[in-house]
Design a protein around this ligand. Sequence first.
Ligand code: 13P
Length: 256
Amino acid sequence: MNRKYRKTIIAGNWKMNKTPAQTKKMFEELKAKVGKQKWCDVVLCVPFVDIPAACKASRDAKIAVAAQNMHFEESGAYTGEVSAEMLSELGVKYVIIGHSERREYYGETDKTVNLKVKKALEAGLRPIICVGETLEQREFDVTAEHIAMQVKIALNDVPAEKMRKIVFAYEPIWAIGTGKTATAEQAAEVCGHIRAVIRAKYGARIARAVTIQYGGSMNAKNASELLAQSDVDGGLIGGASLKTEDFAAIINAANQ
Ligand code: 13P
């Protein structure tokens, strides 16, 4: 974290978990536990159908609601898809773009990520752009090249004045849902690299203001060490965001 230059953001990614009733319950529990956070913003990325319940329950809490995906077109014949404008009208503030599960199972590419980022910004949503390498890429020592390519393509044609809306999440694919967390040094190295790629394109002033999260088996035990790294500005948390106690503990770690 570096509280002087950028906001710490703790975001839970529920993936395909919880019904609207379960959403209401967890927001209420969380509100009672965490109160108003001084040092970090709290975000919950919920399934589409849970968004109205989440927005309603978050009204008097400092918890922002996010979607987990969106389409890059404004409207049209895209059965089953949801647009940025639809999300924004419901009160959604952030949207995850290019999560590795979407890249792997639903054919998302760096190019569609870029189209979605631009459309999200147009609709006033803050994109949380996910990047990360496979275990094979790490073993072949091409992590830096792979991440640089993902970051550069995601930001293609994104103007400098929109960069304060952008959030990155470094999620090494080998660490997602596996219980294998990147070491604090590995997380710091790649988050620092993402910032360097942004710096090369937009300059130091803009780069130092971008929030870059770590994600991949982050939990109440390892959060403090990861967040102690100056380039790790928060977390995108899967499994540990599903239980109030666990998620609240991570939020508290970010507020120490
Ligand atoms: P886990 O925290 O369950 O490893 O998931 C990380 C993730 O993919 C968040 O988007």
